[in-house]
Ligand binder design. Sequence first.
Ligand code: SF4
Ligand code: SF4
Length: 542
Amino acid sequence: MIKRCKAERLPDHIAKHEWENRFKIMAIKRLGPSLVPAEVVIPLSKLGRVMAELEHTVKQSLVKEGIVIRSEASGEPEVVILGFIPSDQRKFRYNFVFGLSLSIMKIAEKHGGRAYSTGLYYSSKAQQVLGKTRVARIKAFKQKVDPKAILNPGKVINGGLLSKFMNLAGKFEPLIRPFGNHVITEIGERPNTTVRNIPGDVAWYAYACSQCGYCVGECDQFYGRGWESQSPRGKWYWLREFIEGREDWDQFMVDSILSCTTCELCNKRCSVSLPIESSWLKLRGQLIQDEKRMTFPPFEMMAAALHKEGDIWAGYRADRSKWFPQNLKEKHGPDHKAKLVYFAGCTASYVERDIGIASVMLLDAAGVDFTYTGEKESCCGMPMLVAGKWDLFAASRLGFEIPDPHPEVQRQWAVFEAMIALMTPEGFAQLMGAMLPELIDAMPFGMGHMMRAMGKIPGALNLMKPMFPVLFPRLLPKMMPQVMPTILKLVGESIPMPDYMREQMPELMPKVMDNLMPHMIKDVVPLVTQPMVDCLRGKKAG
Ligand code: SF4
Ligand code: SF4
């Protein structure tokens, strides 16, 4: 079947990746963080022509998802194309990019297609989308149950202002299109800017949330309280309102962030694959630790007790080990030395002692050699972490001074990010562009010399250009050892790295090149071909 359809069997790792992420259907949104939707239905017979026209007309990145429907009402097979253009709704240029959805609609209609759905924007196309009879039925029902059009005004059937505006804008589509095509759209997560004290990554995720609602029913906090504001979707929505200055923190919203139970189910369900729970955790630190807002009052009592006695239940430290079974003291108590330590924690030590007792009895019965630290044991600090009281979570509260990791973390990540940028076709092309003379000299079999000579003959290199993609992958392994010192020098100059890393580069870089180049070279060659031709012609230093 694959052969008959001229299809291609993709490698297993791609199949595995697709399967594992089959519910992350909107992950693309993280690159925007917004998407301009362009969803149309077209006849299957026109698919090729529509695709070709889309390629030609839309210059922005257009993600397309397609579903073939064997036989629609017309009796003809159709294709639903769900198109998305990553963009950023916080930028004015988003409005221009939005105009391209009109271009896509126009192409679909030209080929006998239609809008996929009506919604608010295309409610004036209801008959086209839903059919005359269905629209009449929906209108009659609406008239009966909602004569004043209170529910969803202007949506689906009754062309509202937005729909009228889209109709009008459709007429000016050819004028709008060049703007949409020529604005520069950055793609990829850029979570760097803190907005109104909201950390950059959290602010980015607030806009990346697709508001799909997959997380809502699963959220502990939501089903405990029943209000949308207590679900991840509600909180992301509120954060957008806050970022845009239409909302402000009050104790209710601070509590809403604190009330998350940290179950992390939302992380699993999210269609955009957002790190939701850790974002709330970050906000807790921001709100309570940094901005000194009020945490849940009982946490203050726990904090004071933890500070004084090392536990959250205000028990005396001297009583911490009283729960430990007497008959196991000699075998597993603080005086016994073992590789494994049983950590009971505050609740098992002072409140639910049966948990600790049963646990150590089971471990003993299972023949595990363990010890217990007794009165030296302290709270794990987790309640302080979730309460946003991060100063008490810190090891310094136990008398340990651990250096602030942030400067080092930032330094290491800067190196890592620079490496990521280098290890892309564009990064490698840039690197090669900076050492073209060395690359040409390193060509084996005297080819560099020959190509330099050809550079002097008008038109000769143009004839050779199509051979570059074939030649380079073969020549490069032989050239690499010769140009490696230059590569190391250039990498060292462009990526400021710690000494220990620099020392290891001569050993690491050849391995990296050996592993990456065979996969990337076909993408790198088109990027370096012209600069190399220019260099051979003597247009650049060489
Ligand atoms: S981690 Fe928090 S926000 Fe996520 S599902 Fe659990 S309670 Fe809800
Ligand atoms: S946070 Fe919830 S509403 Fe937002 S994208 Fe994820 S699953 Fe959908």
